[in-house]
Design a protein around this ligand. Structure first.
Ligand code: HPA
Ligand code: ZN
Length: 341
């Protein structure tokens, strides 16, 4: 298939996005608009200066600027505007379902109430369902560079919202903050009926992926790239049918891979791993989900069938019931068969 044909195939492919930090969808233009609205001064002269600062050599470089950027988010309206902009952009990429992470501690530690954040995001999720036909789930992430007590306090703050929060995630600086640090708070979250996922094996070693499985009892792994260094772990992930939420452009921008031709996504598929394609922090890493599909498809020479498999994995790995996933899978089949779905 020609590159243009493959691009059109990707553009029209129904898909779910399972690894998206909503704070990472804050485009520089929005950052400036919110700073103006909230009468804040940014340490950048222009949108171009912000974009120029997005040259990262590792995860921490990015996180420092990502947390600074999030400081313009103050009101419920700010969180609503942030999220609805993401949903509009995702809808244009054929995303039919999105499971979005948020980092409440980034905001509550600045004095923004948990309710302000949650009400804004949930309002946008309702609006996206109504006006764009996108369903969504909210995933509360604990910041792993903070301590266990802070995670427990966040779970307590979330108590009034637990019926609208689908699950718990674990993000921020990975190395030095192993999953074991959060075993007890993940257990408490699981007992409240929340689903569990964790970033593991992005920069951290395969042992962290083992810990996420054995100590946190996650049902998805976010990233998981470094699991491939451990053959027994890879076999375990294949046999468990564990979904990996892989983020190619993020991996490139954070120097997890040297160039896209070295990206492990095709190897993951060849090994039978249930990989998906996601944008992670699209405003910071140079693209939304279709940009990620196009970049890996071109660099790794993915076939139409492989691309369709990635999209299929996104629906079967989503926190949807079989009945909720079925129409998406049917639309995907119709698209693959050449019928507009
Ligand atoms: N890794 C860890 N923490 C994050 C990321 C990521 O890719 N994006 C936002 N927070
Ligand atoms: Zn992430």
């Amino acid at each position: 298939m020609s590159e243009a044909g493959l691009d059109a195939f990707i553009a029209g492919l129904p898909k779910a996005e399972l690894h998206l930090h909503i704070e990472g969808s804050l485009e520089p233009e929005t950052m400036f608009a919110l700073a103006r609205r909230n009468r804040l001064t940014l340490p950048f002269a222009s949108v171009e200066a912000v974009r120029a600062a997005y040259a990262f050599s590792n995860l921490q470089d990015f996180l420092d600027i990502y947390y600074a950027g999030a400081s313009v988010l103050l009101t419920e309206e700010d969180f609503f505007d942030l999220a609805i902009a993401y949903f509009r952009r995702a809808a244009a990429d054929g995303v039919r379902h999105a499971e979005i992470f948020f980092d409440p501690q980034t905001h509550t530690d600045r004095g923004v109430p948990f309710a302000t954040v949650a009400d804004g995001l949930l309002g946008a999720m309702d609006e996206a369902a109504r006006t764009l036909g996108i369903s969504s789930r909210l995933i509360l992430c604990f910041l792993r560079h903070l301590d266990e007590a802070a995670a427990f306090a966040t779970l307590k703050a979330a108590e009034p919202y637990l019926d609208r929060i689908a699950g718990i995630g674990l993000d921020s600086s990975e190395v030095g903050h192993p999953p074991s640090k959060f075993a007890r708070v993940f257990k408490a979250a699981g007992e409240r009926g929340l689903r569990l996922t964790a970033h593991a094996g992005e920069e951290g070693p395969p042992a962290y992926v083992h810990e996420a499985l054995d100590l946190l009892h996650v049902c998805r792994i976010d990233h998981g790239n470094r699991a491939l260094e451990d053959a027994a772990l890879t076999k375990r992930l294949v046999e468990a049918g564990m979904t990996l939420t892989v983020c190619p452009l993020s991996n490139l921008r954070l120097c997890v891979v040297r160039d896209m031709a070295q990206h492990p996504l095709k190897r993951m598929l060849d090994l039978g791993l249930k990989a998906t394609v996601n944008s992670d922090d699209p405003a910071y890493f140079g693209g939304y989900v279709n940009d990620n599909f196009r970049a890996v498809a071109a660099a790794l020479g993915l076939t139409r069938d492989e691309i369709a498999r990635l999209a299929r994995n996104s629906f079967t790995g989503a926190w949807l019931t079989d009945a909720e996933a079925a129409p998406h899978l049917a639309a995907l089949d119709a698209h693959v068969a050449g019928v507009s779905g």
